[in-house]
Design a protein around this ligand. Structure first.
Ligand code: FAD
Ligand code: SF4
Length: 337
């Protein structure tokens, strides 16, 4: 049986206390929200903090606030179940409700939070293994080693951004309120990420994500499709988030963001540009899907072969856009190969 390593558990009641504790303990400390990803990772010794700062006791971090006119503010500790079932989220940001409802399993969605999902660790076949497995195979630079086992000549880690909600929030134009010992700042969600499998979050370690801010839905329609091996639960090996603002039948703005194709969610502006000023017809959808497939360069470090995952980018973008156009009724938004 894999056991948790010993650690001190700190229970702050305010955001200020949490960020102060993180600053005080430096590299020894980590945040824990629902713990659904972090605790298994601790058991596999992918992280070895001696202090965990739990956010559960901070009341202001939980819940959904706001209005249709002003947009919604979702506290980082709001559970994925609560996000998926929230009436205004489901009505105005259906892709977010879908993505939150497709994360892992019901039990984990009851514990897992939106903040934890946005900050969830990147993944790789050579890293998401037990300590014994990694020791036998040879450690890699993401933990305990100094080379990349996927791309041995590479000076960087290519572990894959595997959050379901991050590409959706990016496509919806969400922002995040980040709090640190020196105060708070609001940044586009896109600016929270950087293309590095190890340092995948562009925030300081003592900062926490406090809130996710959704702009007014205001004519935007959205959809999310996920490729994974098992329909019951599994991380995405491809996520496709599409959002378009329509005036009548004409697309005025569009965003297409891919998940699980790089160490960060990957926006495909050239594909979105194909749609602007056009109606969502089979022809424009095909051209946008072709343009989206180009920037997706999945590596051979997660489930399914990388040529297959790349091929499915085109298919899934086309299906997601067809769904927005009412050309593909689909069943559940999830797709299982
Ligand atoms: C079997 C299994 C299947 C899974 N399937 C999926 C899946 O399909 N899709 C998916 O997206 N995820 C999946 N996960 C991962 C995980 O359950 C979810 O990503 C979940 O949303 C993580 O949220 P959490 O609150 O439990 O985060 P935690 O596990 O508590 O934390 C995750 C990471 O985020 C950091 N963190 C948490 N909250 C904050 C915050 N507010 N500010 C700053 N940093 C923070 C933690 O330090 C940690 O590094 C799966 C996990 C398991 C074990
Ligand atoms: S991409 Fe390379 S360095 Fe990163 S986790 Fe995988 S094997 Fe390790």
């Amino acid at each position: 049986m894999m056991r948790l390593p010993p650690f001190t558990y700190v229970v702050p009641r305010t955001i200020a206390d949490a960020t102060r504790a993180l600053a005080e303990h430096g590299a020894e400390a980590m945040v824990v929200a629902g713990g659904t990803d972090l605790f298994p990772n601790l058991k596999r010794r992918q992280f070895e903090p001696t202090v965990l700062v739990g956010l559960r006791g901070i009341r202001e971090l939980a819940g959904v606030r706001g209005t249709e006119r002003d947009g919604l503010a979702v506290g980082a500790m709001t559970t994925l179940t609560a996000v998926a079932r929230h009436a205004a989220v489901a009505r105005d940001y259906p892709a977010l409700a879908t993505a939150a409802g497709l994360v892992s399993s019901p039990q984990l969605r009851n514990m897992g939070t939106l903040g934890g999902n946005v900050c969830v660790d990147t993944r790789c076949n050579y890293y998401n293994q037990t300590h014994e497995w990694r020791k036998a195979a040879g450690f890699c630079m993401k933990k305990d080693g100094d080379i990349c086992l996927v791309a041995p000549g590479s000076s960087r880690c290519w572990a894959v951004s595997s959050s379901d909600t991050a590409p959706v929030l990016w496509a919806l134009g969400a922002r995040v309120r980040v709090a640190g010992p020196e105060g708070e700042r609001v940044i586009p969600l896109a600016a929270l990420y950087q293309d590095d499998g190890i340092a995948y979050l562009a925030k300081r370690p003592e900062e926490i994500v406090a809130e996710i801010l959704l702009p007014p839905a205001d004519g935007w329609a959205s959809a999310y499709l996920k490729l994974r091996r098992r329909g019951s639960f599994d991380f995405p090996v491809l996520g496709v988030a599409v959002a378009v603002r329509l005036e009548g039948e004409v697309v005025r703005e569009a965003r297409i963001v891919l998940g699980a194709v790089a160490s960060t969610p990957r926006e495909t502006p050239a594909a979105a540009a194909v749609l602007v000023g056009q109606r969502l017809t089979p022809d424009t959808i095909t051209r946008a899907a072709d343009a989206a497939a180009g920037p997706a360069k999945p590596l051979d470090n997660t489930d399914f072969t990388h040529p297959y995952r790349k091929r499915l980018v085109r298919v899934y973008v086309a299906r997601a856009l067809a769904r927005l156009a009412g050309l593909d009724a689909g069943g559940a938004s999830e797709e299982v190969a």
